[in-house]
Write a protein that binds this ligand. Sequence first.
Ligand SMILES: [Zn+2]
Ligand SMILES: [Zn+2]
Length: 299
Amino acid sequence: MVGDTPTLLILEAAFLGARRFDDFWRETGLLKALLSDRLKKLVEAGVLEKAQYHERPPRYRYRLTQKGREVYPVALALLQWEKDCGDHAAGARTIRLTHKTCGMEFRAVAACGGCQGDVDATNVDWLEGPGVGWMAPLYSRRRQLREQVGDGSLLFREAAQLMGDRWASLILRSIFTGIRSFDGIRADTAMATNILSERLHWLATRGVIRQAAVIGQPGRNEYRLTRKGVAYYPALLMLLVWGDRYYVSPEGPPLLLTHKACGAVLKPEIVCSHCRAPLDAGDVEFVLEPIPTDLAEAV
Ligand SMILES: [Zn+2]
Ligand SMILES: [Zn+2]
């Protein structure tokens, strides 16, 4: 559900303070019919709640529920990634994040809930859990919507494209677990060869992965994460964790994550880089600002 591009844009707008239909419409740039449909689905999914605030004509306001607020770490991780690595077109906006609790401008970083140490792609072990077979139908229900996002003013432009593409998410999940060969990724994701080739190419053109020769094995290639790809890890991790909490299979979680640094089952959190406190909606002040034109052109 959250992996759907329009949904991400709506959540972003909600975190930034949008409440009424027109606010969402202005912030997301989505077509009204599509926006109505996704707002309705978010209400049905228990992420937003809808309340009437004006009787005649009837007008409604949308608010994040508890479940909706728990998507917040995913959104923060995405924001940070977009800020660090996004494809900044001219006229795009960036965001300055201030942690109200400590008063400092901060970076949103992933940390282990057990030992408070950093979490990244190199220090997490992934094991398939009892419910792993359940993930496939969840992914296949998503529709591909990456082409629908084109408004340069959106913060989540690139992150939303990436996360909104179910195949791209599956490929990255494989690569994050250490699978690097074409055949290995194909076996892990159960994707058709032509779709896999096309998506690998797309991820490479976005600068998220790159192809590299396997040392000592002439003629063989593998896929590696770029710096930008590595930086995407916390967002994907937080999305998986959120999904596991609300879309649990009867057999158990699909993935078991261990933090190598402390050996404990990983409960990742998004924390303030300055004071290391976990971040909740309401703790963070957002200031939107345009990206300086010279920087936008240089990137
Ligand atoms: Zn740990
Ligand atoms: Zn802080």
